[in-house]
Ligand binder design. Structure first.
Ligand code: GLU
Length: 481
């Protein structure tokens, strides 16, 4: 068996859409799972959609996500160049072959002609498509127009005599299209550049692509591609069309309802591992309820059989949850490194061991990396406030005040306060006040961490030490006086 060759073939329109990331990932996983090759091909023949820096941006997003390619721009292989704008002579050559074989024809219709055609079809309540009028020009008419330099495109012929075009899709099974559903697709535009359809088929053939895994939105184009393979007499690759990505209200995933660019998630402090894990589960159904997968596990377990047909909901809350799990799993050193860009400047004055202690206290509460700044407030704000109004009242109550007085009087009798002697001190407060259990601990927890549930109290006490703890509790006694 020849090795599988998979390609991700984005059009560089500015950024890597998360749908594109999912397509890239599934191609990558399939290639790695089967010991095949993963190829990046840049489909940049649409001059009107060119955006400066888009290719670099895209490659940077793939690199960040860990999707390394075996062939592509900068990683030249035997099938390059891997950028379509550098392959234009190939497309012209094959377009000419189709014309010579009478499988394609020049079309001289102007934009106005096409507009009028559409309006007439709409008025007759017909589907709008090219009616094939230039197919029927005589050879003389064609030569005359060409000789006069009349602007034209090249269209492929759809075969209206066949019953159906059948796409055998690895995910969807047999999908049938009748010829009347398909347009005589433009293959070469009037500027001489190929359209996606021609360039895509020519390159998939020349690059010996074995499997075309792409988004569902390309399914209606597939019969045209199959027709091109047949005209050229080329072997047709396997097709797999991935289910659409949906917003939580099940509409098509759109910018209006949230971020859709991979770089947005990167910028917001999501980890590549969690974004990849999350995206992998968009349409790929796991066997059990395992949700956390490393890249190695994804590669090992991936199969197209378990990719579903129905739309996959992009639920950012699930991604947030996943990101939190990944942050929790990071080693101290790895997390510290990841947090560097998000640590406020004032943390530079803190001794590294002390900063690490603080980070360890708050790390489990981080959903994304930038959350660190707000979590540090307790440790760096000289006078941090209790935010919850009910708690602000509660600390004034008699039983709380009794605990606070007991705590300060016990603290005054020791030289220092650490997590080691904290328990003994609390015991002494219990003895002194006769208050125990929750009624003893919660007032202290609120005074020192400012919340009822949050970071581990003993660890915070350890970082604060005696003076700061005294001050935190004393200020609550002062409120009442
Ligand atoms: N250039 C197309 C895109 O931007 C590729 C579609 C395909 O994979 O065939 O998505």
């Amino acid at each position: 068996m020849p090795e599988n060759r998979l390609r991700f073939a984005p059009s560089p329109t500015g950024f890597l859409h998360v749908g594109g990331l999912r397509t890239a990932l599934f191609n990558y996983l399939f290639a790695r799972h089967t010991g095949g090759r993963f190829i990046l091909r840049i489909e940049d023949t649409d001059q009107s959609r060119k955006v400066d820096g888009a290719v670099e941006n895209l490659m940077e997003s793939l690199r960040w996500a860990g999707l390394d390619f075996d062939e592509g721009p900068g990683v030249e292989g035997d099938f390059g160049p891997y950028v379509q704008s550098q392959r234009l002579e190939q497309y012209s050559k094959y377009a000419q072959q189709l014309i010579d074989q009478e499988n394609a024809y020049p079309c001289f219709c102007t934009e106005a002609d096409l507009q009028q055609m559409r309006e007439e079809q709409l008025a007759r309540k017909e589907d709008t498509r090219y009616d094939g009028r230039c197919r029927h020009l005589s050879p003389d008419e064609v030569s005359e127009k060409l000789a006069a330099g009349t602007p034209h495109v090249i269209r492929m012929k759809i075969d209206h005599n066949r019953d159906a075009y059948v796409v055998n899709d690895l995910i969807r099974g047999e999908v049938r299209f009748t010829p009347d559903q398909i347009d005589d697709q433009v293959l070469v535009k009037s500027d001489g550049f190929p359209t996606y359809h021609l360039a895509n088929v020519v390159d998939d053939h020349l690059m010996e692509i074995s499997h075309v895994i792409r988004g569902e939105e390309w399914l209606p184009s597939t019969p045209k591609h199959i027709q091109l393979y047949e005209y050229f007499g080329w072997e047709i690759p396997e097709f797999a069309h991935l289910p659409l990505l949906l917003n939580t209200d099940r509409s098509k995933l759109s910018k209006r309802q949230g971020d859709v660019a991979t770089e947005d998630y990167k910028g917001k402090g999501f980890l590549p591992d969690s974004l990849i894990n999350f995206v992998a589960l968009l349409g790929w159904n796991t066997q059990d309820d395992q949700e956390i997968y490393s890249m190695a596990e994804l590669i090992e377990q991936f199969s197209l059989e378990r990719v579903g047909k129905s739309g996959a909901v992009f639920d950012v809350n699930k991604l947030r949850w996943m990101n939190q799990q990944y942050i929790k799993q990071k080693s101290e050193e790895a997390l510290l490194e990841l947090l560097q860009p998000y640590l406020p400047d004032y943390t530079k004055e803190t001794a590294p061991e002390q900063l690490l202690k603080i980070i360890n206290i708050v790390r489990d509460s981080l959903i994304t990396l930038p959350d660190i700044a707000s979590r540090l407030d307790l440790f760096y704000n000289d006078n941090p406030e209790i935010e919850d109004e009910a708690l602000r009242d509660q600390v004034k109550s008699e039983p709380y005040q009794q605990v606070y007085k007991g705590f300060t009087s016990q603290l005054e009798q020791v030289d220092s306060l650490t997590s080691e002697n904290f328990g003994a001190i609390m015991k002494a407060v219990q003895k002194e006040t006769g208050i125990k259990g929750k009624n003893l601990w919660i007032p202290i927890r609120i005074a020192i961490t400012l919340v009822e549930q949050g970071p581990d109290l003993s660890s915070v006490v350890d970082v604060f030490g005696k003076e700061k703890c005294l001050q935190m509790v004393q200020r609550l006694i002062d409120i009442n006086n």
